[in-house]
Design a binder for this molecule. Structure first.
Ligand code: DON
Length: 317
C-alpha cells in the first residue's frame, strides 16, 4: 500500500470507526455470552470495542476499548508458533494435522473416525491441547512461564498475566476438554500427563489482554514475524505463514468459509468474544464483543469486520 492510500484509510477510520461500531453493536442482540466456562458468563453482553494499529504503532480505536478479557482460543495461534519454534515443523505435524474439520471447536468426532487419531488441526481444542504438550519446559509452570514471556514480548506488554478466576473456572468445569485430552493420551499424541498438559492449556487460554494488546500481537503477524515498531524479528517468516494459513482455513472454526467469503482476512476468534485479525503488510486489529453466535464467534465483531473489509476492499481475493 502506498502512503497516500494509508493516509486516506487512516482518515476514514478516524472519521467513521465510532459510527461503524455503533451500527454493528445492535448485532450483540443476536448472540449469547459463553457460559460453559462459568466465569465468562459475567461478561457484559452489549459491548463492542476495536483497536487498529499501523506499522508505526499509531492506533484508531472505538467503542469499549478499556474492557479486559481473556485470550481463550486466540492463544492457540501463538502457542502453535511457539511449539514450531521449540520443535520444528516435522515434529509438530506428527501430532496435529493441517485440515479444517467442519465440526464444532470442541468436537471429538473425528479423533475416533479418522486414522491416525491425531487432531485435524492445531486450532480446535484437541489440536491446541496437543500443542500445549509441545511447549519447552520441564514442568507445567515452566511451560506456562515460557508462553507468558513470549506473549508479553509479542504484545510489547510486560504486564500481561493470567486471570486466575477464569483459569480456575475453566479448570473446574472442563469435562469435555478433559475427555479430549484422555482420548489424545490413549492415541499416543500426548507424551506428558493429562493434568499437566491441561494446566498449560487452561493457563494460556486465561491470559488477560485488551484490544490494544491484540492489535499489537496481530501487527507482528501482519508483518510476517517482524515487529515493525521495534524493527525486530520475533518469529521466523515460515512459522507466521503456517499460523496465518491456519487462521484463514480454521481460525473461525466451522464458520471459517463464511468469514473468508465476507471478510477475506486471516483471523482467530475466542469464546471471550475476541477476534484477532490483520490486514497483511499493513494493520494489526483486535476487537472484543462477548455475545457469540452458535459457532462461537462474536456476532457484532464479525459484522464490524465485514463492514470494514467491504469499505476498504481488504479481502485478499
Ligand atoms: O477450551 C475452551 O473451550 C476454551 N478455553 C477456548 C475455546 C474457544 O475460545 C473457542 N472459540 N471460539
Amino acid at each position: 500500500m502506498n502512503l497516500d492510500e494509508h493516509t486516506t484509510t487512516w482518515k476514514q477510520l478516524n472519521d467513521h470507526l465510532s459510527e461503524w461500531v455503533r451500527a454493528s453493536k445492535v448485532h450483540t442482540e443476536d448472540g449469547h455470552v459463553a457460559s460453559y466456562i462459568p466465569e465468562l458468563a459475567n461478561a457484559p453482553a452489549d459491548i463492542l470495542g476495536i483497536c487498529i494499529m499501523d506499522a508505526e504503532g499509531n492506533t484508531v480505536a472505538a467503542g469499549d476499548t478499556d474492557y479486559h478479557f481473556t485470550l481463550q482460543s486466540i492463544s492457540k495461534v501463538f502457542t502453535l508458533i511457539l511449539a514450531l519454534m521449540d520443535n520444528g515443523e516435522e515434529m509438530v505435524f506428527s501430532k496435529v494435522g493441517m485440515e479444517p474439520t467442519g465440526d464444532d471447536f470442541n468436537s471429538m468426532l473425528k479423533l475416533e473416525l479418522v486414522e491416525p487419531g491425531i487432531p485435524f488441526n492445531p486450532l480446535i481444542n484437541a489440536g491446541a491441547i496437543a500443542i500445549s504438550s509441545l511447549i519447552a519446559g520441564n514442568t507445567p509452570d515452566e511451560q506456562t512461564q515460557r508462553i507468558l514471556q513470549f506473549f508479553r514480548e509479542l504484545a510489547d506488554n510486560p504486564a500481561l498475566d493470567i486471570n486466575q478466576d477464569v483459569f480456575k473456572s475453566e479448570s473446574d468445569t472442563a469435562h469435555r476438554n478433559r475427555s479430549l485430552a484422555y482420548f489424545l493420551k490413549h492415541n499416543g499424541v500426548l507424551d506428558r500427563e493429562v493434568d499437566d498438559v491441561l494446566q498449560v492449556y487452561f493457563n494460556h487460554c486465561s491470559i488477560q489482554v485488551n484490544c490494544t494488546d491484540l492489535a499489537r500481537m496481530a501487527l507482528v503477524l501482519a508483518h510476517n514475524g517482524v515487529d515493525p515498531i521495534r524493527n525486530q524479528r520475533l518469529i521466523p517468516r515460515r512459522f507466521v505463514q503456517i499460523a496465518k494459513t491456519f487462521m484463514f482455513t480454521c481460525g473461525m472454526y466451522n464458520a471459517s468459509g463464511e468469514f473468508a467469503m465476507n471478510v477475506g482476512l486471516p483471523a482467530k476468534s475466542g469464546v471471550s468474544g475476541s477476534i484477532l485479525t490483520m490486514v497483511p503488510g499493513r494493520y494489526g486489529i483486535g476487537l472484543v464483543s462477548p455475545a457469540l453466535n452458535r459457532k462461537g464467534n462474536s456476532t457484532a465483531g464479525v459484522h464490524l469486520l465485514g463492514k470494514l473489509s467491504q469499505e476498504f476492499d481488504w479481502s485478499l481475493f
